[in-house]
Design a protein around this ligand. Structure first.
Ligand code: SAH
Length: 360
């Protein structure tokens, strides 16, 4: 009981200061009681409502290629996975996804893919221009990995608004255990800084329970996010993927992911925070639990049904039910049931709107 009281005080301080000492964060993360998780959730929900009310933003996710030149140990579409059934959508197919999505009410499209050498700047720029030309009322998010600062500038100049690049872990040593030697933590971080200075609304994030991750790693991630001040943060449980070195590793904890969503909300009150597909895959109603814990974004799948099963970054990835863009009505109902409202608007980061005189 005494401990519960102490944790409440700690959480109140986190809410008021948007910060805690690493030592206190550690105690908070190590406290497995339901009371602590529930109080964190209540506070995070209150803080989210200050900026966003009960609005939940939707993003139409288009997984446009699963070719990848990288070999990340955790990822099912790593280049060494010869069993992955590779596909690449054509420009026309991508534009069709946008058309369907726009009719359904999506006002943000997210182009996500492996690091596919086919998609040079010369090919991406006209695609971005066409999407933004066809849908000037929409935001376009890219999630296509590490590129040069010059490339990021070109993509931004072509009209892309946001970019998701998870930092994966703030600890270079941990990074080295998740990625082959050709990939470097310093380059990942430099990419994030370049994205920000190119004027993208930028998202970082990490997997919860990735192999070798310690509580201190997670604290490092929370501190990194606080310092970097991203507009978006994506986190989800690690889920083992077949034909990868980590196939036999344990899945990340759903409870820890939910606690971290709440803590990230309290540390970064206005951040755009999705309840991710990985969370929805790891737990029934994971999406709803994520929203209740302080998340305010969901990203239903807009990819053509024929390729959905092929973007297998991990096993059993949700591709049916409320996950799909077609069942948006059901998602709206499910959100209403728990007291939230899906908004069919662009849903930019709040201060970004002011900066750009663009408030839709
Ligand atoms: N190539 C892009 C997109 C990668 S997929 C990029 O590098 O940004 C998006 C995210 O999915 C990754 O950043 C990673 O954090 C997550 N992911 C990959 N494999 C996963 C797994 N096995 N379990 C959970 N999340 C995973």
């Amino acid at each position: 009981m005494q401990n519960t009281e102490k944790m409440r005080k700690t959480i109140d301080r986190l809410t008021a200061d948007t910060m805690l000492d690493p030592q206190e964060l550690k105690l908070l993360l190590q406290d497995n009681s339901n009371e602590t998780a529930e109080y964190l959730r209540e506070q995070a929900d209150m803080v989210r409502r200050r900026t966003y009310g009960n609005s939940v933003y939707i993003r139409g996710l288009i997984e446009f290629t699963n070719y990848c030149k990288n070999d990340c140990y955790y990822c099912g579409i790593r280049c060494s996975n010869k069993k992955a059934d590779r596909y690449r959508l054509s420009k026309e197919e991508i534009l069709n996804c946008c058309e369907t999505g726009h009719e359904l009410g999506f006002r943000t499209f997210v182009l996500q893919g492996g690091e596919d050498p086919y998609w040079t700047d010369e090919r991406l720029v006209p695609l971005i221009e066409q999407i933004k030309g066809n849908y000037p009322d929409c935001a376009l998010t890219l999630s296509i990995g590490e590129r040069t600062p010059e490339s990021y500038r070109k993509l931004r100049a072509a009209g892309a608004d946001r970019y998701l690049l998870r930092h994966e872990t703030a600890d270079p040593k941990h990074y080295g255990r998740l990625h082959p030697a050709e990939m470097s933590h310093s380059n990942r971080i430099e990419c994030l800084r370049a994205l920000k200075s190119s004027g993208f609304q930028t998202g970082c994030g990490f997997m919860v329970g990735s192999p070798f991750q310690t509580i201190d790693n997670i604290i490092g991630d929370l501190m990194f996010i606080k310092e970097f001040q991203p507009e978006m943060v994506g986190i989800g449980p690690f889920i083992p993927a077949s034909n990868t070195p980590f196939v036999n590793e344990a899945q990340g904890s759903v409870e820890m992911t939910l606690k971290l969503i709440s803590i990230i909300r309290l540390m970064n009150p206005m951040v755009l925070l999705p309840a991710t597909t990985a969370l929805g895959t790891a737990s029934e109603d994971g999406r709803a639990k994520g929203i209740r814990a302080g998340a305010n974004v969901v990203m239903p799948n807009l990819s053509p049904v024929s390729v959905r099963k092929k973007y297998n970054i991990y096993d059993n990835k949700l591709a049916t039910g409320c996950e799909t863009a077609e069942s948006l009505d059901r998602l709206c109902l499910n959100m209403e049931k728990i007291g939230y409202k899906i908004e069919k608007i662009k849903g930019n980061y709040p201060t970004f709107d002011r900066k750009n005189g663009d408030d839709k």
